[in-house]
Design a protein. Structure first.
Length: 195
């Protein structure tokens, strides 16, 4: 499987051996995204439509994105809401970019890669949620710049966070060319590759 270099960083699907590093990144940012245990993160990656990371030339992890498709187990009430209300959407369960790496285009590149894979799979929309309480204005602004619009809101029963559900068409977000670089050449996809 070929990696894809993008302006100072490389995107590639998450291998099982890399999950501890991605989990550590996730859990360092447990305000905007929920912290997970190692077994819960492994389960999330195993069920992922796409789990992809961004690394710099030295191999330092800069960001991650885990998205879930419209099939397979439901991971939490927000994924459940998206699947029930927008089954045509790939649900972005989590995206995290290290603060020192923000502004490099990593978030946009992760979304472009996901949009390309979603379109190849015949799914035309992306969906996610962003915290309203506690507020996450940076994420709301980022998603607005990418063309996401409000699709609803709810309180997460697990932690009491008020979230806004956001939706965007995948086509305008897709990067140039097909997203084959994220697909495994093996007959059976790796646990964190698109299915």
């Amino acid at each position: 499987m070929a990696d894809r270099a993008v302006a100072g960083f490389t995107l590639r699907p998450v291998a099982p051996a890399e999950q501890p590093a991605l989990l550590a990144l996730n859990n360092r940012h447990d305000g905007p995204v929920n912290a997970l245990t190692a077994p819960a993160f492994a389960s999330l990656c195993a069920d992922a439509f796409l789990a992809v990371g961004a690394w710099d030339a030295r191999g330092t992890l800069l960001g991650l994105l885990v998205a879930l498709g419209p099939e397979g187990p439901v991971h939490g009430p927000n994924h459940g809401w998206m699947r029930q209300n927008h089954p045509e959407a790939v649900y972005i369960d989590r995206i995290v970019v290290e603060p020192a790496a923000q502004g490099m285009g990593i978030g946009r590149a992760l979304y472009a890669a996901l949009a390309g894979v979603a379109l190849e799979a015949g799914l035309g929309r992306l969906g996610c949620e962003v915290n309203l309480d506690p507020p996450n204005p940076e994420s709301l602004a980022f998603h607005a710049r990418l063309g996401f619009t409000a699709g609803g809101q709810a309180t997460d029963p697990r932690n009491g966070k008020l979230v806004r559900y956001l939706l965007a068409e995948a086509a305008p977000l897709a990067g140039p060319g097909p997203a084959h670089f994220l697909r495994s050449p093996a007959k059976r996809p790796c646990p964190a590759a698109p299915r």
